[in-house]
Design a protein around this ligand. Structure first.
Ligand code: NAG
Ligand code: NAG
Ligand code: NAG
Ligand code: NAG
Ligand code: NAG
Ligand code: NAG
Ligand code: NAG
Length: 754
């Protein structure tokens, strides 16, 4: 199969063919090879004009290679799977110069025809030496013809495949003209019945059979579908058979030789992801008893495949119960692939030119070689595109590959999260895209994009787990038609990389400040609650909160007595309040909570508690004459302070006790009491002479007559003023008993420095 030589004969031919002036030959235009039994010429599709033809010349005879003539004469012309023009010429073809059966030459003219009637002709002298010696019988199943050639036997040294027939049935001489061909054909409506038809060579020529002889061989060739050929169904395959015997005379002896031919006609089919070509192992009319297989070789695109390469590419040949099954993975190297988009689906057509060489031995022939050439085209097979997830989470980026596209597909653009990726910008952000060739002449495309990229979506799943999702569409362009094919790809990865938001708090002069550190997941996924109420602009306004959004946290300052603040106690240290804050994740309902407690020093305060207690702190500083806080009491003098310091006294009592007076006012009840100075009796003074207390602080709480009480806080006035209390009430916070009533800041601001 090595290229032997190609000679540009234009200088020799100049005188021979004055009508065809040879033109100079562009480099790479022609490729010629010598195969086992064929010249092989391919002409690049790039140089083919609108119209062209191929002529062959033998001596002064010039013939265009086409149609019936080509088939009868051993020429095959057509396009190969790459779209190049391919001419295969049998060494035994008409017009081939046969030099003692060991070297063959043929002069081919390639003629490009242009629209302006101009022609350019390129003469090519193809010359090939015989590389594999002729076998006793050689069969060819070409795409357009069948051919058989057998060794012309000499009478003394042959007993096989050639019979002696004596006496001669007809008078023959040595000349070819006198030969006879006996065709056997099935008899209609008679199972297994055959009849014979004997025709002279000249008649056989008229029926489309080419019969000739060389120095050593006898040759029979015919196009498919010839008269006297017949079809057989042999298992899976339709087989065309020409069953013929040639009678010829040598040295006054009449010889007959079997010249039968049989070729399978079936196309290959898809079987799973393979192209499957099935053919009978033993072709009818060709196989004789004691058959021994001597060799089987497969080739594609004009090249035999070594076992190693065939294995690498996934080709297989199997003998399945008398059927040879040849499997070629769809799209495998050796053929060509063309891409299409049909109804939005990606599909491919696959074209592969296959040839098969079989060699066997049987009782009739010591060796038969059969070559079969078939061009298969499998059209519009939907092809899966695989999205391969190559993401390694520790690398911090998605890595997704789309596989595998033939070279007629290229990536146009990529859309991620609905946004077209503009590469100049994306490269800055760590996005990369590459096209990677694979050993089988396909390409994969690899997109890498950091988890942190804004086009990558994130979702918190709970338990510090976050899901990153890359959702993209790859848009491919098919050449040469420019069709567009879009393929979606979605990959996700779950990482435990979440820093949850954190709550902290601190006490300020004016109230409680809550700090919500954002963490590293989208803060909009969380709701912040203050005192059980969702923080929104209404609440901010209502509670007089001040918000401050910093880089890492949000601070919310809740003023004393505002919504969201809870009363915890009143003691000599001051008023103990707390703010309960929580962050709730909207989807997982996961929660972060924090309670910030603060003590605000107070000098005087009255707290009416829902449980019916009144807690009050009074300050006797500056009273004249001075009042010892140890000597204060409620209306019931037995109710003494719980605690005192040098000027303040703290009382805590229930509204049912300590002389508290309840007055009904509509649906409200006003509970009144007062703190007074109540010095102990001096031993020398009579009780009656006890002076009126000069220190009196009225206390009052208002609760509904029926229904739940709520908390209220007041500032007891000084000097004592007549009740009613409270000084001021605004609306109640209905839902959160225990929370401070909304207060007017002007009235209830903290005593400075208290
Ligand atoms: C048979 O072969 C000879 C020489 O090979 C050739 O001259 C002749 O034309 C051929 N006959 C036909 C019918 O082609
Ligand atoms: C093999 O083929 C023969 C006839 O072609 C058939 O009768 C037989 O069942 C087949 N055997 C198997 C295993 O398929
Ligand atoms: C090409 O190779 C890739 C990777 O080995 C494989 O996935 C793909 O199926 C092959 N394609 C063909 C047409 O053989
Ligand atoms: C690129 O994407 C746009 C949509 O964003 C699409 O209309 C266009 O056809 C695509 N181009 C190619 C070459 O794929
Ligand atoms: C992709 O790969 C990552 C990392 O190996 C893995 O966590 C994830 O489950 C894979 N699957 C999909 C569908 O993204
Ligand atoms: C009040 O009484 C306590 C204990 O009985 C005493 O320690 C304290 O000094 C008294 N306070 C005043 C202002 O007298
Ligand atoms: C009083 O409080 C109880 C328990 O908190 C509640 O079930 C009830 O509805 C409240 N009644 C009124 C009138 O608000």
């Amino acid at each position: 199969m090595v290229m032997y030589y190609v000679t540009w004969l234009w200088f020799i031919l100049f005188g021979l063919c004055p009508s065809s002036v040879p033109d100079s030959i562009p480099i790479g235009m022609f490729r010629t090879e010598c195969h086992d039994r064929h010249f092989w010429l391919s002409i690049s599709s790039n140089v083919l004009g609108n119209k062209f033809r191929v002529d062959v010349q033998g001596g002064s005879e010039v013939h265009e290679v086409s149609g019936q003539w080509a088939a009868e004469c051993g020429y095959t012309i057509g396009f190969d799977s790459w779209g190049d023009l391919l001419l295969r010429v049998s060494y035994l073809a008409c017009l081939v110069d046969n030099q003692r059966e060991t070297e063959f030459r043929v002069l081919v003219w390639f003629v490009n025809q242009y629209s302006n009637e101009e022609e350019k002709s390129y003469p090519l002298l193809l010359a090939c030496p015989l590389q594999v010696p002729w076998g006793p019988r050689e069969l060819v199943c070409e795409e357009n013809y069948m051919e058989v050639s057998v060794l012309k036997q000499s009478p003394p040294d042959n007993h096989i495949g050639v019979e002696w027939v004596t006496p001669a049935p007809v008078e023959l001489d040595e000349g070819l003209r006198e030969w006879r061909v006996v065709f056997r054909i099935p008899v209609l409506h008679q199972e297994g019945g055959m009849r014979e038809e004997t025709v002279p060579v000249r008649m056989a020529h008229l029926l489309g059979y080419y019969i000739n002889t060389t120095d050593t061989r006898i040759l029979l060739r015919c196009p498919y579908g010839s008269k006297l050929a017949y079809m057989l169904q042999w298992g899976v395959a339709g087989v065309e058979v020409v069953s013929a015997t040639i009678m010829y005379k040598l040295k006054w002896t009449l010889l007959t030789v079997d010249m039968s031919m049989a070729c399978t006609m079936n196309q290959a089919q898809m079987d799973g992801s393979d192209v499957l070509w099935s053919l009978p192992r033993n072709l009818p009319a060709l196989f004789h008893p004691s058959f021994i297989e001597r060799g089987l070789k497969l080739g594609v695109g004009g090249r035999y495949l070594s076992e190693c390469v065939a294995h690498q590419r996934g080709y297989q040949i199997q003998d399945n119960n008398g059927t040879l099954e040849i499997r070629i993975p769809f799209g495998a190297e050796g053929g060509t692939v063309k891409s299409h988009v049909i109804d939005g689906r990606y599909s491919q057509s696959y074209f592969v030119d296959v040839f098969l060489l079989r060699e066997w031995k049987d009782a009739a022939w010591s060796l038969t070689r059969q070559q079969i050439f078939r061009a298969f085209s499998i059209r519009h097979v939907p092809r899966p595109i695989t999205v391969i997830n190559l993401t390694v989470p520790s690398l911090g980026e998605f890595s997704v590959s789309l596989c595998c596209f033939p070279p007629d597909v290229s990536l146009g653009n990529v859309t991620v999260a609905g946004q077209p990726v503009v590469w100049d910008e994306m490269e800055r952000d760590g996005v990369s895209l590459s096209q990677n060739p694979l050993p089988n002449n396909t390409y994969s495309y690899l997109l890498r994009i950091p988890f942190s990229h804004p086009l990558v979506s994130q979702k918190y799943l709970g338990d510090w787990l976050r899901r990153y999702t890359l959702s993209g569409v790859f848009s491919f362009i098919l050449t040469p038609d420019g069709e567009i094919y879009d393929h979606p790809a979605t990959v996700e990865v779950d990482l435990q990389d979440v820093v949850l938001p954190k709550l902290e708090g601190e006490c300020t002069v004016w109230g409680v400040r809550v700090l919500a550190y954002y963490g590293n997941i989208d803060s909009s996924e969380w709701s912040l609650y203050v005192g059980g109420m969702r923080l929104d602009w209404d609440l901010v306004e209502l509670g007089g909160f001040s918000l401050d959004a910093q880089e890492h946290f949000l601070s919310v300052e809740v003023p004393l007595y505002a919504h969201g603040m809870a009363f915890e106690g009143l003691g000599m240290q001051g008023l103990l309040v707390s703010v309960f804050v929580n962050l709730v994740h909207l989807e997982t309902a996961e929660e972060q909570t924090h309670v910030q407690r603060c003590v605000f020093p107070v000098r005087e305060l009255l707290v009416c508690l829902p449980d019916g207690r009144m807690v009050v702190m009074v300050d006797t500083a500056g009273i004249s004459p001075p009042v010892n806080p140890n000597h204060t009491a409620l209306l019931d003098p037995a109710c003494r302070p719980l605690e005192t310091d040098h000027s303040r006294a703290l009382f805590s009592f229930h509204i049912d006790s300590c002389g508290t007076i309840a007055t009904y006012d509509g649906d409200q009840v006003i509970y009144r009491n007062e703190v007074r100075n109540m010095p102990p009796f001096l031993p020398h003074l009579r009780p009656l002479s006890q002076p009126q207390p000069h220190y009196r602080v009225p206390l009052g709480c208002v609760h509904p007559a029926n229904g739940n009480r709520s908390l209220s806080i007041y500032l007891p006035s000084y000097p004592p003023t007549p009740l009613p209390l409270p000084l001021k009430r605004t609306h109640k916070t209905a839902s959160h008993t225990g929370h401070l009533e909304d207060r007017d800041q002007k009235i209830y601001s903290l005593p400075a420095g208290g």
